[in-house]
Design a protein around this ligand. Structure first.
Ligand code: SF4
Length: 224
């Protein structure tokens, strides 16, 4: 029978910086947040991602018993300085088209599970960062980014990969909390150029430059 330690070793052997475990219980508070903020997040559904449904892992896999979160770090390679100044690190280290890096490592980890009789699903609409915090892998900043407990020098250059599995594992202690130091006076909120960040630690996603760049064709970022 595969143990947590076996999976931890395999995750590291496949190049993941960290791994955590949580239950397949629904993400109730996250669901409530999404339902009460439909105006801000409802547009995601029109892109084919049903975020509200994704808060229940059993809607993804009825026999779900646990969620395994693999932590991918973008802070493993260096890139030419002139590129780093213009492109986000996740895009420099991105295999969404080539499928020759992270995709292969996720496939290898899932194959290892399958070889030991564990089925897994890799959903796009499960709350990945909340799953990571529930699995004890890090905390949140007031800038709404997820900060890793140990990957990427405890930074936010990470990507949680969530796998819903049909085998129960002892869950890790959750770390769902704000991790900002008390001495920081909301520097991110003051600096946010589009005023997307709010003082209560939430974001207006439709003001975020990421949203404006991807989904609003008439917005062009200049001067960088
Ligand atoms: S700038 Fe300050 S308030 Fe904002 S995320 Fe960083 S530590 Fe938290």
């Amino acid at each position: 029978m595969l143990t947590k330690n076996d999976l931890i070793e395999n995750a590291h052997a496949n190049g993941f910086a960290d791994i955590g475990f949580t239950t397949a219980e629904p993400f109730d508070s996250h669901r409530q947040f999404l339902v009460s903020h439909q105006k801000e997040y409802g547009w995601v559904e029109t892109m084919g991602l049903d975020l509200v449904r994704g808060t229940d892992p059993k809607s993804i896999m009825p026999e779900a018993q646990a969620i395994i979160v693999l932590m991918e770090s973008y802070y493993q390679k260096t890139f030419p300085k002139f590129l780093e100044g213009h492109f986000g690190r996740c895009y420099l280290d991105d295999d969404r088209f080539t499928r020759d890096g992270l995709a292969l490592r996720i496939t290898a980890f899932r194959a290892y599970l399958r070889e030991h009789g564990i089925q897994s699903k890799f959903p796009g609409h499960l709350p990945h960062r909340m799953a990571a915090a529930r699995a004890g892998l890090g905390t949140f900043g007031k800038n709404c980014l997820f900060y890793s407990r140990k990957a990427a020098r405890q930074g936010s250059w990470v990507l949680p990969i969530t796998l819903v599995v049909d085998r129960a594992f002892e869950p890790d202690a959750p770390t769902i909390a704000n991790g900002c130091p008390p001495w920081c006076r909301n520097a991110c909120i003051a600096a946010c150029p589009t005023r997307a960040l709010r003082a209560d630690g939430t974001i207006e996603p439709r003001k975020c430059i990421s949203y404006l760049s991807y989904y609003q064709g008439d917005f062009i970022l200049t001067g960088i």
